[in-house]
Design a protein. Structure first.
Length: 161
């Protein structure tokens, strides 16, 4: 018998003046969480808070370009970057830029930690070029949007298993 854990909101901290650290546990294996993060057809079901999402570009290789556009009540939001590191099922590193803060990219490092009980912890470290850029991202509503997206990811993972 498997124990079901109720997912909590992601924990967000600011360990340095240019950094955001996020941790979130998902009730799914590392393979399933990795697939949800890296396969465009799954990504489109959760990444934009569960709103319709166009995967305009997804060159999933080192140096490859990605671009996602979320459609919501207020209009659209675009996000893009380039993959810097792909270590299958363990780690992704990519640049991240939001159209709402153009020319202010950050570098995201995402680790997928197998907790050994069928759950996976996702750890994200975002580094910005300046403290003002980090603060701008925090003030943009990023935490709420991220938690909405993770709720949509929970629903996708529940269906997949």
């Amino acid at each position: 018998m498997t124990t079901q854990h109720t997912p909590a909101a992601a924990t967000v901290s600011t360990p340095g003046d240019r950094d955001i650290h996020v941790e979130r546990v998902f009730n799914a294996t590392r393979d399933r969480v990795w697939a949800a993060y890296t396969e465009p057809e799954q990504l489109a079901q959760w990444w934009g808070r569960g709103n319709p999402l166009d995967v305009e570009r997804w060159d999933f290789e080192r140096g490859g370009h990605w671009r996602l556009v979320e459609h919501h009540e207020g209009g659209t939001d675009g996000f893009e970057g380039r993959f810097r590191e792909i270590t299958p099922k363990e780690r992704l590193v990519y640049s991240f830029e939001w159209d709402g803060m153009p020319a202010h990219p950050c570098i995201d490092s995402v680790e997928f930690v197998d907790l050994g009980d069928g759950r996976t912890k996702v750890v994200i470290d975002s580094q910005f070029f300046t403290a003002a850029e980090r603060d701008g991202m925090l003030q943009s509503g990023m935490e709420g949007g991220m938690n909405d997206s993770y709720a949509a990811l929970d629903a996708l993972l529940a269906k997949a298993g």
